[in-house]
Design a protein around this ligand. Structure first.
Ligand SMILES: Cc1ncc(COP(=O)(O)O)c(C=O)c1O
Length: 387
């Protein structure tokens, strides 16, 4: 039998060994790792809400009223007011009949896909879909088809072949993301809606990285494109721009009832602490408000400034994929930025992204000051010139 040591060795040999560092700071523009302070360009807290007094206050009050834990699964003990209030708010904001919250986005993906499709059904995934969506697809037992990233022609070909073979009652779900987690680009939602309507499929859009960033009230890309009501499965997480934790699925009443009955990650798991739901609700209200708009404006100012200073196109989202290609080079660039410039810009490599597409995944947030953006741009330009 292979030993854990030999497995770790082989991960190290292939540059795939990952290690946890000790972080002594709260989420924010700066981070203290192993006792040293850095500027942090690795956070998905895009609007800086994880430290916002309104979220902290909501979490404290909720803990005082409801305690720290829930003690059981919601199917056993019911839905307490904080989870119910959050679900109602999400359903209203997304324009759906209902919504269901999970402990996080990962369990939302896995629970939703495995509950809604099975053997005989088909899931069609964008090639760059997040690992949680891939895992949900695998767990479901449905046939998995993959189309090249955002390639509508290939997607249509797959839909044609699926529909030519399948029985009318068999389900087909197309899966995409509002903003892609490792590339930061967006999905052509309107065109995908046309296709899914033409071929009788459903569309799942994971707005994990679009919530808070896109839409007049920050409700995501579908909201910005005014097409939310044509998407059967609107998914997202409260762990990124919402500065809290939790995942949600907004859909019709009957789809939500199916999830309550069949999503194993919902049924067989203790409900998240009420404080998590309360902070999530406070975050969504804030994102929706004028204060949220101001934070979005600050974020987009920072993104524009970065583009101007580095002479690169304005990013489509908070996520900047600084392409390197080779894994070793990406790791060494990350290291140099950390040691010589005190900047944390994580290198992302295979298997998180396809082979030979290693990159720095730089995230700019509303918490960064213009000075922070200048420091980042200067470092990247100096290092690009040196190579
Ligand atoms: C696109 C996407 N979906 C889902 C998730 C999972 O969300 P959570 O972190 O809340 O589990 C992530 C997190 O990285 C993500 O990037």
């Amino acid at each position: 039998m292979r030993t854990p040591e030999s497995e770790l060795d082989s991960l190290e040999q292939s540059n795939q060994l990952r290690k946890l560092s000790h972080n002594e700071s709260a989420a924010g523009a700066t981070i203290v790792l192993e006792g040293k302070e850095y500027l942090n360009f690795s956070s998905n807290d895009y609007l800086g809400l994880a430290q916002h007094p309104k979220l902290i206050d909501a979490a404290i009050r909720s803990t005082q009223q409801w305690g720290t834990g829930t003690g059981s699964s919601r199917l056993v003990f019911g839905s307490q007011t904080p989870s119910k209030a959050l679900e109602q708010w999400i359903a209203n904001a997304k324009g759906t009949e209902a919504a269901l919250v999970f402990a996080n986005g990962y369990t939302t993906s896995v629970g939703t896909l495995s509950a809604l499709v099975g053997k005989g059904d088909t899931i069609i995934l964008d090639k760059l879909s997040h690992a949680s969506l891939i895992d949900g697809a695998r767990l479901s037992g449905a046939t998995i088809r993959v189309f090249p990233h955002n390639n509508l022609e290939k997607l249509e070909k797959i839909l044609q072949s699926v529909r030519a073979k399948s029985e009318p009652e068999q389900r087909c779900i197309i899966v995409t993301e509002g903003v892609f987690s490792m590339d930061g680009d967006t999905a052509p939602l309107r065109e995908m809606i046309n296709l899914k309507n033409r071929y009788g499929a459903w569309l799942l859009v994971d707005e994990a990285h679009a919530l808070g960033i896109y839409g007049e009230h920050g409700m995501g890309l579908a909201s910005q494109l005014a097409c939310s009501d044509e998407i059967e499965l609107q998914m997202g997480t409260l762990g990124k721009a919402a500065g809290s934790a939790g995942g949600y699925l907004a859909a019709s009443h009957n789809i939500i009832q199916l999830l309550v009955n069949k999503a194993r990650s919902f049924i067989y798991s203790t409900a998240a602490p009420p404080a998590q739901y309360a902070a999530g609700l406070a975050a969504l209200k804030l994102i929706h408000s004028d204060e949220g708009s101001k934070l979005r404006a600050k974020l987009w100012n920072n993104l524009n400034l970065f583009a101007e200073l580095t002479n690169t196109p304005v990013p489509e989202s908070s996520i900047i994929a600084w392409q390197v290609g080779d894994t070793n080079k990406a790791l060494s660039l990350m290291q140099t930025l950390r040691e010589d410039y005190q900047l944390i810009c994580p290198a992302i490599r295979y298997p998180t992204v396809p082979r030979n597409t290693a990159r720095l995944r730089i995230t700019i947030t509303a918490s960064h000051s213009e000075e922070h953006i200048h420091k980042l741009a200067t470092a990247l330009l100096e290092l690009s010139e040196a190579n």
